[in-house]
Design a protein around this ligand. Structure first.
Ligand code: 3H9
Length: 684
């Protein structure tokens, strides 16, 4: 039974059991509706405790129902039915009470929760607003300011904070059911608290709304739902309860079918599918209970920190004691930073640091399950490391290289036990960035590949399998984006125009400011290696800037000038000159650019490259490319990633756009894969 009833003296206990997260499917809504009806008529029931089985309280509406026609009873009606029930309902919360689940809880007379539980309204993360009273009841219980934070931010709060905010009545210690029944026994049901709908809500002055809106516009960069949620809360303070509910519902229905909501739902489900790809079904991962990290630089220390966060003991290897001391100091700084930002306690930092042993001798790795190499990005240096590892590690230990563009197959060539080697491409800072590209070679054992995915799961990262090519999935597409950005410069746009257009598209930073932040030397180094391999590289302006020592913010000059003490770039005459020289060299015709034309000239060729990546089998599915660009490169989540964005634009439109760019000499024409799929109408 999805919704069942038990009795505890004068109290009825209604249990929802709808794995995995007790989402409000039609069956659950109907079951709850019937319970309210039935219990309203039972004279010997004093109050009703609503509790859930499994890992969580109701985690929200059933997102899988969103694309389908609505089925009665509708959630807003159910919420209203519970709020006006004859018997007082008490929500007993464990895990998460989210979205519609929290809206049901808000309609209960009382809410109690385990200390470990959290409550919230994360709808904006799905491109929608709460649709069953969340924006109308929350300000009545918590006040307008806290409601704005909870609803527009979409971040749940823990029970203790929720109690402080007035969103729950008690934090329960020990067993939730026992505690909830004890709470119920302590209630005076003759003196019920006012219904949320009967409570007053503060009127706020126009300045409050203007400030909140301005802050939000800055933060959301084109994402619609948080602003619409703010408008709903504003309506809740200005209109009657019923009118505000109607406004919220209308907003919810409008957004539910929107492009941004579809994109965010796509990302939601892709993220959940990524850690367990179907091709590894039934494969038992090689067990990883200990990790060695070779190198204590920025990447090595970050990877070691990510391993510690996953609870794995780490041995860090450096070539000599001074380098090891620096590596361990890098690691300590990461944890100290986490303490100063309030993410972990000083005690937790100490425990994490204690779990890292520093060594200068690889024989210390004799019994380690997984070794991740994070040394200098040079083939011969990396090969030397793996030759030594092959001598010192157990034959079944998994040996992984953290390379961003070298060919793992070449790194491991000729070493024994080819089946145990793997590429693990972490993104910097490795302890923070969610993306992990997992790169098997032709010989990698599926159990070793599965170990990479299991590691990602334990680190709470988003793993994506990538085939071997220059730059794997992410950097290969970045290379195209950067080349396109230069093409646009050469035909009349400025770096500031390109950066502004990409920010308007939703990227946190434009391609030129991002290069200035990261340093132009890294890409220059990669271009040099690519040219040595005979690969074509297009960076006529970047090459000139690097040759003149303009390496970005660190040299106070890159694509922009950085006056002493400023991180705000200013247009640079030197860059204008470098562009002019490149224009003359390549004889590029000049044209005027709009923001939309600029983003098309950058994003469409990236999509084209994505289609080639799929056709070559470098990515197994289009959604993997989306996850890579969202989690590794700041592609706006609410566009759903480049491949989802392309589908939403219409593949025929994308192909036509690419062909027009190609005719103007500004991009390659659409590849056959994209063209074929466009014509047949199949999904990418
Ligand atoms: C809403 O409520 C709108 C209302 O205001 C108005 C309506 C009128 N539906 O994340 P996990 C699946 S909008 C369907 O790995 P965890 C998920 O796909 C909703 N399915 O677990 C996965 O499936 P699979 C507002 C859902 O323990 C499985 O459950 N609520 C839903 O790490 C496990 O998920 C939200 O946005 C759903 N609502 O985390 C909450 N949620 O195993 C979204 C999950 O096949 N959910 N699934 O891959 C979450 O944040 C997390 O799932 C939660 C558990 C924290 C609950």
């Amino acid at each position: 039974m999805t919704v069942s009833l038990t009795r505890h003296g004068a109290f009825a206990v209604v249990s929802v059991d709808n794995p995995p997260v007790n989402a409000l499917s039609q069956a659950v809504r109907q079951g709850l509706w019937d319970m309210v009806d039935a219990l309203d008529h039972e004279a010997d029931v004093t109050a009703v405790v609503l509790i859930c089985a499994g890992r969580t309280f109701i985690a929200g509406a059933d997102i899988t129902e969103f694309g389908k026609p609505s089925m009665e009873p509708l959630l807003p009606d159910l919420v209203q039915r519970i709020e006006t029930a004859r018997k007082p309902w008490i929500a007993a919360i464990h895990g998460s009470a989210l979205g519609g689940g929290f809206e049901i809880a808000l309609a209960c007379r009382y809410r109690v929760a385990l200390a470990s539980a959290s409550v919230g309204l994360p709808e904006v993360n799905l491109g929608i607003v709460p649709g069953a009273g969340g924006t109308v009841r929350t300000p009545r219980l918590a006040g307008v300011g806290p409601a704005v934070e909870l609803v527009t931010g979409g971040k749940p709060v823990r029970a203790a904070k929720a109690k402080e905010m007035g969103l729950i009545d008690a934090v329960i210690e020990g067993d939730l059911l026992e505690g909830s029944l004890a709470f119920a026994r302590g209630c005076d049901f003759e003196q019920l608290p006012a219904l949320a709908q009967d409570r007053a809500v503060d009127a706020m002055d126009p300045e409050f709304w203007a400030t909140a809106e301005a802050a939000l516009i800055k933060r959301v960069r084109g994402e619609v739902a948080p602003l619409r949620a703010l408008a709903c809360i504003k309506a809740a303070t200005e209109r009657s309860f019923t009118e505000a509910l109607a406004f919220e519902r209308e907003t919810f229905l409008d957004l539910r079918g929107s492009r941004q909501a579809a994109a965010l739902r796509h990302v939601f489900f892709c993220e959940r599918a990524a850690p367990r790809p179907s091709e590894l079904n039934g494969v038992t991962p090689r067990s990883v209970r200990s990790v060695g990290v070779i190198g204590g630089g920025t990447m090595g220390a970050g990877i070691a920190a990510a391993c510690r966060d996953a609870g794995l003991p780490v041995i860090m290897i450096e070539q000599d004691q001074p380098a090891l001391d620096r590596g361990l100091a890098n690691l300590s700084r990461i944890f100290e930073g986490a303490v100063s930002r309030g993410r972990i306690s000083a005690q937790q930092a100490e425990d994490k640091i204690k779990g890292v042993a520093g060594q200068t001798d690889m024989s210390a790795l004799a019994d380690t399950d997984l070794v991740i190499e994070a040394v200098f990005e040079d083939l011969s240096v990396k090969r030397a490391v793996f030759t030594q590892l092959a001598d010192h590690c157990r034959p079944d230990a998994v040996l992984a290289t953290n390379t961003s563009y070298l060919d793992p197959q070449m790194i491991f060539e000729g070493l024994p036990h080819q089946e145990r080697f793997l590429g693990l491409h972490f993104f910097s800072p490795a302890q923070v960035m969610k993306l992990l590209e997992i790169v098997p070679t032709k010989q990698t054992d599926p159990a070793v590949l599965a170990a990479g995915f299991a590691l990602a799961r334990s680190m709470n990262k988003i793993p994506v399998r990538a085939g071997i090519c220059d730059g794997f999935i992410g950097n290969r597409m970045l290379k195209v984006l950067r080349a396109q950005a230069e093409r646009v410069l050469l035909s009349g746009a400025t770096p500031a125009m390109v950066d502004a257009a990409m920010r308007e598209f939703g990227q946190p930073m434009g391609p030129f400011e991002a290069q200035d932040l990261g340093g132009l030397d890294i890409a220059a180094f990669q271009r040099k290696a690519a040219r040595e391999r005979g690969d074509p590289v297009f960076a006529p302006v970047a090459d000139r800037l690097v040759a003149s020592g303009r390496l970005g913010q660190k040299t106070k000059a890159g694509w922009y000038d950085y006056p002493e003490g400023s991180r705000q770039g200013q247009a640079s005459d030197a860059v204008t000159d470098a562009i002019a020289l490149a224009v003359a060299e390549h004889a590029v015709p000049q044209r005027a650019w709009t923001s939309r034309q600029i983003t098309d000239a950058l994003v469409l060729p990236m999509v084209n490259e994505g289609a080639k990546i799929l056709a070559e089998g470098i990515a197994l599915r289009a959604s993997d490319i989306d996850l890579v660009k969202i989690h590794g490169y700041g592609f706006p989540r609410w566009h759903g990633g480049p491949m989802h964005w392309a589908q939403a634009e219409g593949l025929a439109v994308v192909v036509a756009g690419l062909d027009a760019l190609a005719q103007a000499g500004l991009a390659e024409p659409a590849c056959d894969h994209l063209r074929g799929h466009s014509l047949s109408g199949q999904a990418l």
